[in-house]
Design a protein around this ligand. Sequence first.
Ligand code: GTP
Ligand code: MG
Length: 272
Amino acid sequence: MEANLPKRKEPSKSLRIKVISMGNAEVGKSCIIKRYCEKRFVSKYLATIGIDYGVTKVQVRDREIKVNIFDMAGHPFFYEVRNEFYKDTQGVILVYDVGQKESFDALDMWLAEMKQELGPHGNVDNIVFVVCANKIDCAKHRCVDESEGRLWAESRGFLYFETSAQTGEGINEMFQAFYVSIVDLCENGGKRPAANSTSFTKEQADTIRRIRNSKDSWDMLGVKPGASREEVNKAYRKLAVLLHPDKCVAPGSEDAFKAVVNARTALLKSIK
Ligand code: GTP
Ligand code: MG
């Protein structure tokens, strides 16, 4: 008999979340949020003073999500104001400007500031981070390429999106993926789902970064200037095993592998 009863529709489960924006001053945090919430772009720079707060509602699957957005000021002057807002956060929008290397290099500092404010018992593993490589419309001034940004983000288990608050490119996709990940995390008891784990090792990510920043071919292969052919070949083989495109899927591995091949060729030519 029970089978004939009309199925009662499950009431949709509502959820309240807190998200914050982080990143250097002028990278476009407020504009990204404005583009998503108000569908507009303001080209005049109006620095956020301390914190801006807003509320928005979004639907993810059967859940209505009430999102409290705390848009932080990036200027160091506002550190005292910012530091109270890190706790009880489910999601972080971490922004840099692709035309400003310092804003990319500062991402580690932003993570460190957050960790410091959360204290020794604070846990960032149950927070969803999305990295926005912003201002991609300014292609001429770009100095941080996609693979470098993606590598930084994905090696930490963070989402990565290329965005432009000016044209709107990537903004809706970024927020959609961000909210879905937060809901997944909440439904998974506050733990990142296994599928989020990265498919390359920290050693591979660190090596690619080291290769990018190396000052010459010796440095790239990790041998002393004046090393022998055998030492060069040994170092090359080790890197080739680690970074070969058939074995390594880390962003930028193909370029790093090519650079290592070229460095070895150049060194072998120069060694008598
Ligand atoms: P603070 O509040 O000081 O931390 O800065 P913010 O990160 O919130 O920067 P904001 O959003 O105010 O943008 C800074 C400047 O960059 C403004 O002049 C924006 O118009 C400009 N801007 C933001 N996003 C983009 C973008 O995607 N492309 C371009 N071309 N300009 C952008
Ligand atoms: Mg701002």
